[in-house]
Design a protein around this ligand. Structure first.
Ligand SMILES: [Zn+2]
Ligand SMILES: [Zn+2]
Length: 317
């Protein structure tokens, strides 16, 4: 029988109260409560997550990690494992607010250019009546007359407020470009919905390619996450071809910092090491977790496997 102690509780409570956490944030909490840094103690870290998930499964919840496709960073969160993905906003949001959220999500994932975001104007102009059938599960009659007053009377300023609230709750986010993208919580929670809704998967990691680079070959729908593409380019050290149609991939990806693997992977001392090498360590840690939990960068990962911490951990121990 698994018994959780205060250290497990602290990790769970941090995720519950502070919402999805960036990997480095969770690692810091882990280091604070256990005195060990996950980087140097993979097995122990895995063991913690495995135990936590075993207990959480009794309340149909799961601790999960995934990549936030906006920046490629790994994040951790608690998600509901009951299958109705779209209802996970819970009762906090009203019917028109959920309709707006659904509309934004659909507009983003249906974008064939895989921008991963839409403009503020487009978000505000989403027609809620298009969402009404699925939200209220009313009869199949259509037309504005069938629309509940709550939807019909939902004003522009209410939409604006809702978008702000969804951003605050991490369901959506403001991108650096000034558009509205999916938040960490959506990436964590809607993973299975992404797959079932037909979004093309990333050719490299198999996760849904919400935001990525699309093959230039007309008629080819292959897409690769920007962070997966960067990795692929740095591995191939040259031109790459589309994994699907085989034409040369013209990558116009801005070269960001190259991850220096294998460097400085020692466990930092217990006192806060806040030196110039911090960023580099964070990057290296990101690789570690991605490989450990299948968070999206493994080239050999299969769709649906290794995505859950429980399975990945069970396999690696
Ligand atoms: Zn990918
Ligand atoms: Zn192609």
């Amino acid at each position: 029988m698994t018994v959780l102690n205060w250290k497990h509780h602290t990790l769970i409570q941090a995720l519950m109260s502070r919402g999805p956490l960036k990997e480095e944030e969770l690692f810091k909490i882990f280091a604070d409560v256990t005195g060990k840094y996950p980087q140097g103690n993979k097995r122990e870290f895995n063991d913690y997550l495995l135990k936590i998930n075993k207990e959480l499964s009794y309340v149909q919840m799961e601790m999960r990690c995934c990549r936030n496709q906006n920046d490629g960073g790994v994040c951790y969160g608690l998600v509901n494992t009951v299958p109705d993905d779209q209802s996970k906003l819970g009762t906090k949001y009203s019917v028109p607010q959920i309709a707006l959220f659904k509309g934004v999500i659909e507009a983003i994932v249906q974008d064939v250019t895989a921008q991963g975001s839409i403009s503020n104007i487009d978000a505000l102009n989403i027609r809620l009546e298009n969402q009404v059938q699925t939200v209220t599960e009313s009869e199949s009659q259509e037309g504005p007359s069938q629309m509940p007053p709550a939807l019909r009377n939902f004003s522009m300023s209410q939409k604006e407020k809702t978008l702000d609230e969804l951003v605050r709750d991490n369901w959506l986010c403001h991108t650096p470009e000034g558009t509205i993208g999916l938040g960490a919580r959506s990436y964590l929670d809607l993973r299975s919905w992404f797959h079932s809704s037909g979004i093309p998967s990333c050719e490299v990691c198999n996760e849904a390619g919400v935001k990525g680079k699309v093959c230039q070959n007309e008629g080819c729908t292959a897409r690769i996450h920007h962070y997966c593409l960067e990795k692929k380019i740095s591995q191939s050290r040259g031109e790459i071809v589309c994994p699907s149609c085989g034409i040369q991939w013209h990558h116009g990806v801005a070269k960001t910092e190259v991850i220096e693997e294998g460097e400085d992977l020692n466990e930092p001392s217990q006192s806060r090491p806040r030196t110039g090498s911090k960023r580099k360590k964070m990057k290296a840690n990101k690789n570690m977790a991605a490989e450990t939990f299948g968070c999206g960068s493994s080239q050999n990962s299969q769709s649906g496997s290794g995505r859950r911490i429980t399975r990945a951990s069970a396999r690696s121990s």
